[in-house]
Design a protein around this ligand. Structure first.
Ligand code: ZN
Length: 115
């Protein structure tokens, strides 16, 4: 482990987190519970690995579980992430796999609408 890689002990907005095992990288867009523990591939995610603009994005491995550019959420911790680099793992918040935000945010029609 290099010095610029350190375990993320608090989850903060605008924080960039990367998996220590696979190429998956995310940015925190919102979080209510800063103590939420983010993992990928079963290991704690690491912070402090800036990706330079000139870095070529790796092609998504087969079986990629998260899509670059897509948002993911965990309702229990109020967490919203944007995936910025795809990997073979799936990010989890306190052990709960994050879900695509468009699915998590979908709401049912209000009953009043049908009166
Ligand atoms: Zn991973």
């Amino acid at each position: 482990m290099t010095n610029d890689l350190m375990p993320a002990d608090a989850c903060l907005v605008a924080q960039r987190l990367a998996c220590a095992t696979c190429p998956t990288s995310v940015v925190v867009l919102a979080v209510r519970d800063a103590g939420v523990r983010l993992t990928c591939c079963g290991t704690p995610m690491q912070q402090g690995t800036p990706i330079t603009c000139s870095a070529v994005a790796p092609s998504a491995p087969r079986g990629s579980r998260m899509r670059a550019g897509h948002e993911y959420a965990d309702s229990n911790s109020g967490l919203t992430l944007r995936c910025i680099r795809e990997g073979s793992g799936r990010v989890a918040a306190d052990g709960r796999p994050v879900v695509p935000r468009f699915r998590a945010a979908r709401v049912l029609p209000r009953p009043e609408r049908w009166r």
